[in-house]
Design a protein around this ligand. Structure first.
Ligand SMILES: [Zn+2]
Length: 526
């Protein structure tokens, strides 16, 4: 054997209690799971686990690391919390088709990137050529498809020809290993799509076995309707539906997580095939441009501000919201909304919008427009959820743990910015704070929520379990010390208590970074 991890407390990912044993690895697979007292086979490398917990490497089905393999292939922020597989292409936004990704042009200049892929398969090959530290699977983003096919003219339904072209692109990607389709229905251009448009596109998943994954149309006052829409899309297409980063957001909604979960349970009882993931924090992070109402996109902002009538309407919308569209400022207050990444002036990152506006003697809405004009890709964090709601959802054994973050490094391009601490801390925060300190859920349940549960749901064959024949993606951690260290103030801090990470049979981290052995994962491939 190539590797032996001896005398571990093994959690196999299924939710079964821990058992003592030794795991042997040959090539990229788990070759044996040996009970105590079994004669130990010879191995090229033997690691003494000393009773620490050995689990399947964590499977994070909600990341936005689509371009991380190109910019930061070491993917440190996740490797160092025990993640071995990530799924990208979430929230309606993917790297394929490349014509639908405006950021690529901006990134290409600053980071020497080139979007050389013409097909989804070529994107996966390009990812693999970077030798990323983690395995990477990908969804196709509906917003990216729409942008690629409809171009700048997004406030209309696609024509029959355009809809057919979107279906063709999705089908080609599914043939080449895409895991499914994602939507981001609070973002342009996804928010311009009707339920019917999505149903017609998502129907293509049924034949090929992909999942429909959605950042729903609203997570605040509209969340009940928005979740119902996702479930309806699953029902009408006969496709498994998945709710991304499940939450109830905004002061008026606090305390209603249990009620939302009840609705989901009722739908399931009536036959709906629906699942969810969640990150364990009370703040969200997104692009600052999400404060703009549907009728103004970030590139159109300058023109809207130049027209006095449009400007007045825009300012009112940002402050108050509009029918069917929620204002972040109204639901939270600008004191709870914080500027995220902002390359033109990194010192401003991490400061609250209300505070920055007061300091400059302008209204929050004026400040926001100025920031967006300087950088339309600026980031924002909102302290929008209640801890009790986060706990209610986290306690559920059937909701996967996922981060919604980007794989970064402290010395990488985003290292200067106040990014969300979930990039570094999601999985170890659940294990340390919620399992060990608060005893909200048992360790074996938490590990299942990070491994077998999401891997099965997203069709990642051979991942997420410790059993002979499975891929040797493994994490060894100390349940007594495992913890997140990343905070909102100091987000670029690695997790603690992770001793060893193995990816496809290679030691990727053992206190020091090791081999980068991640692969592109194609749906169903074993
Ligand atoms: Zn999202």
């Amino acid at each position: 054997m190539d590797l032996l991890i001896a005398d571990a407390s093994i959690l196999d990912g299924t939710g079964a209690p821990a058992f003592r044993g030794t795991v042997g690895v040959t090539g990229d697979r788990i070759a044996a799971v040996l009970p105590p007292g079994t004669a130990e086979p010879q191995a090229a490398r033997r690691i003494e686990a000393e009773g620490l917990v050995l689990a399947p490497g964590f499977v994070d089905v909600h990341q936005h690391s689509d371009l991380s393999p190109f910019t930061e292939p070491s993917m440190d922020s996740y490797l160092r919390q025990g993640v071995t597989t990530c799924v990208v292409g979430n929230c309606g936004s993917s790297a394929f088709p490349a014509e639908g990704v405006p950021e690529l042009a901006a990134l290409a200049g600053s980071r020497g990137l080139e979007a050389s892929w013409r097909t989804f398969g070529e994107y996966l090959e390009a990812v693999e050529a970077c030798r990323p530290a983690l395995n990477v699977g990908a969804l196709v983003g509906h917003g990216t498809l729409r942008e690629a096919v409809l171009g700048a003219d997004q406030r209309r339904p696609p024509t029959a020809e355009e809809a057919a072209e979107m279906r063709r692109l999705l089908a080609s990607a599914l043939e080449e290993g895409a895991l499914g389709l994602s939507t981001g229905l609070i973002y342009a251009p996804g928010l311009h799509a009707s339920t019917q448009e999505i149903v017609e596109l998502a129907a293509g998943l049924a034949r090929r076995g992909g999942i429909y994954v959605s950042h729903v149309r609203g997570e605040g006052e509209q969340v009940f309707e928005a979740v119902a829409e996702c479930i309806e899309i699953g029902r009408r297409t006969g496709v498994p539906a998945h709710l991304s980063h499940l939450k109830v957001e905004g002061r008026t909604m606090w305390g209603r997580a249990a009620e939302l979960l009840e609705r989901i349970d009722e739908a399931r009882a009536a036959g709906a095939d629906v699942s969810a993931d969640q990150y364990p924090y009370t703040a969200w992070e997104t692009e600052l441009a999400a404060v703009l109402p549907p009728w103004v996109s970030a590139p159109e902002l300058g023109a809207a501000l130049a027209d006095p009538d449009a400007r007045a309407r825009l300012e009112r919308a940002i402050e108050e919201g509009e029918p069917g569209w929620e204002s972040v400022g109204r639901s939270l207050g600008w004191d709870r909304v914080v500027l995220g990444s902002f390359p033109p002036e990194p010192e401003l990152s991490g400061r609250a919008i209300a505070e920055l506006a007061a300091e400059r003697g302008v209204r929050p809405v004026e400040l926001i427009c100025e920031l967006l004009l300087r950088d339309r890709f600026a980031g924002m964090l909102g302290h929008g959820m209640d801890e009790a709601d986060v706990r209610t959802i986290l306690a559920r054994p059937d909701v996967a743990v996922a981060s919604d973050g980007i794989a970064v490094s402290p010395d990488g391009p985003l290292g200067a910015f106040a990014v969300h601490p979930r990039y570094y801390g999601t999985f170890t925060r659940v294990l340390g704070r919620y399992v060990r300190e608060e005893r909200l859920l048992p360790l074996e349940t938490a590990v299942r929520k990070m491994t077998a549960l999401p891997a099965e749901r997203f069709g990642l064959a051979g991942r997420g379990r410790i059993e002979p024949g499975a891929f040797a993606d493994l994490v060894l951690f100390d349940p007594g010390t495992v913890a997140d260290r990343a905070t909102y103030e100091r987000p670029h801090a690695f997790a603690e208590g992770i001793r060893l990470v193995v990816v496809n049979g290679r030691v990727a981290f053992d206190g020091e970074p090791g081999e980068r052995a991640g692969r592109a994962l194609r749906r169903g491939a074993r």
